[in-house]
Design a protein around this ligand. Structure first.
Ligand code: F6R
Length: 258
């Protein structure tokens, strides 16, 4: 499929099939690692980034025969969010997701992997230590994002004031969407520690990927609505020159033609 490029509210948007946009997003991450071997990256979980991670891994493995190019041995990786009180060894924890989908497949060092500590004595301590770890790395260079059907990024749910890393009550729509990974809806944790909107917006580059028609309305609001916490992703308009949004045709389906 051909790739088309547009700009909405100053944000560069690429529309192509799922494989192509996953490759483009993956290439951006690989280039960030090449440009700065100790780059600080932040990653989401979920369905949308799976193809991006697969692309990064296959590129890494293709080159691994002659030594990894680029090596991830100095890269600092941050998980954007984690279910509160779900231990990192739980199969549905985001720590486990990121190990399975990316970290176990590249030479990232365990002590360079950071995630919100779901088992910290208090949520405040978990948030403070996550923010200090980001600060100690000089801030996040490149953040990969998905988007919720309600416009959330990370677990910054719609309509809440912007903030730094915090504990979030998950929206009912988020709990229902995520119940596909659990045996019952009741088993889905109701809270998560998430990098805040202000934490995310400070990243020096942002790549957001959205797939499927369930994201089309949030994508339209993100790109053409007023920047407002009613659609947290729309605040990316404030840092439009640092963003690339990658969409499949269904996710782009409600955007005005250009
Ligand atoms: C999860 C995260 C969320 C997801 C969003 C989309 O770590 O940060 O914002 O990116 O809920 O999830 P999927 O891709 O599963 O539709």
């Amino acid at each position: 499929m051909t790739v088309s490029e547009r700009t909405y509210s100053g944000i560069r948007v690429i529309i192509g099939d799922a494989d192509t946009i996953a490759q483009i997003a993956g290439r951006r991450i690989i280039e960030a690692v090449k440009a700065a071997p100790d780059v600080a990256l932040a990653f989401p979980t979920g369905s949308s980034p799976e193809g991006v991670y697969a692309n990064i891994i296959s590129s890494y493995r293709r080159r691994a025969a002659s030594g990894p190019d680029p090596s991830w041995s100095q890269v600092r990786c941050f998980n954007l969010d984690e279910y509160w009180r779900l231990p990192p060894w739980h199969p549905q924890s985001y720590a486990c997701y990121m190990r399975t989908h990316l970290y176990d497949w590249v030479d990232v060092m365990p002590n360079n992997i950071f995630y919100p500590d779901s088992l910290a004595p208090t949520a405040e301590e978990a948030c403070e230590s996550f923010e200090s770890q980001i600060a100690a790395c000089g801030g996040i260079e490149h953040v990969l994002l998905g988007i919720g059907a309600n416009g959330h990024i990370g677990f910054n749910e719609a309509g809440l004031p912007r903030s730094r890393t915090h504990i979030a009550d998950l929206a009912t729509s988020t709990i229902l969407a995520n119940s596909r990974f659990f045996e019952t809806v009741d088993a889905v944790p109701k809270q998560a520690i998430t990098a805040g909107l202000d934490t995310i917006l400070e990243a020096r580059a942002v790549t957001l990927i959205a797939l499927g028609s369930t994201k089309a309305s949030a994508v339209r609001q993100m790109l053409t609505g007023p920047p407002d916490v009613a659609c947290p992703a729309s605040l990316l308009q404030e840092v439009a020159d640092r963003c690339l949004v990658c969409l499949d045709p269904d996710a782009a389906g409600l955007l005005p033609e250009q």
